[in-house]
Design a binder for this molecule. Sequence first.
Ligand SMILES: Cc1cc2nc3c(=O)[nH]c(=O)nc-3n(C[C@H](O)[C@H](O)[C@H](O)COP(=O)(O)O)c2cc1C
Length: 195
Amino acid sequence: MEWDSNSEEGSVGEDEEGFLLSDGGPLPFSAGSLLETASCGFVVSDALEPDFPIIYVNTGFELVTGYRAEEILGRNCRFLQCRGPFAKRRHQLVDSTVVSEIRRCLELGVEFQGDLLNFRKDGSPLMNRLRLTPIYGDDKTITHVIGIQFFTEANLDLGPLPGSVTKESNRSSDRFSSDLMSSRFIPYSFRIGGS
Ligand SMILES: Cc1cc2nc3c(=O)[nH]c(=O)nc-3n(C[C@H](O)[C@H](O)[C@H](O)COP(=O)(O)O)c2cc1C
């Protein structure tokens, strides 16, 4: 199943009509734009497919982690536990007890909340306060899992990622890279749109 934000079903316009303030008035912004500019990562995984592939990721997640949506759609989110895109396995400093607890919660279909070490695409460490919420369908099966990530800087000096900081990458004029650099953030807040 594909999460299609442009489709009629579940479209932003349709959803917006469902959101009302306590005084009965509609929200003064679209739910879609709220997600895109939210000051946290927001990921949706398909729970009906093996290994919880990502079907939606918001811009905040892309900006902070440095991974673009097209690189990560269809993959499991555990790649953030590896130091950079070429690492073959989870970094040794990632707490395996927390990872086991995530696995246990996903197997039981219950909510998870905890902190674990993650890495940006450039290999720099991030602390992730992660919340996972299973979404149940009509027949009581879990159809999706929503992940919300509150990223903060991790005060760890791991040194440069071996072989990654090249003159070539420094010369890159890629706009996304510069957006990423400008999104180095203060705890619990992203700077989106260059402000
Ligand atoms: C929707 C969703 C979002 C997730 N987000 C993250 C994340 O931001 N960082 C992370 O380290 N793991 C995240 N996970 C957890 C991993 O994808 C994986 O479930 C976990 O590492 C346990 O499985 P494993 O032991 O097979 O790796 C997420 C899982 C789901 C379903």
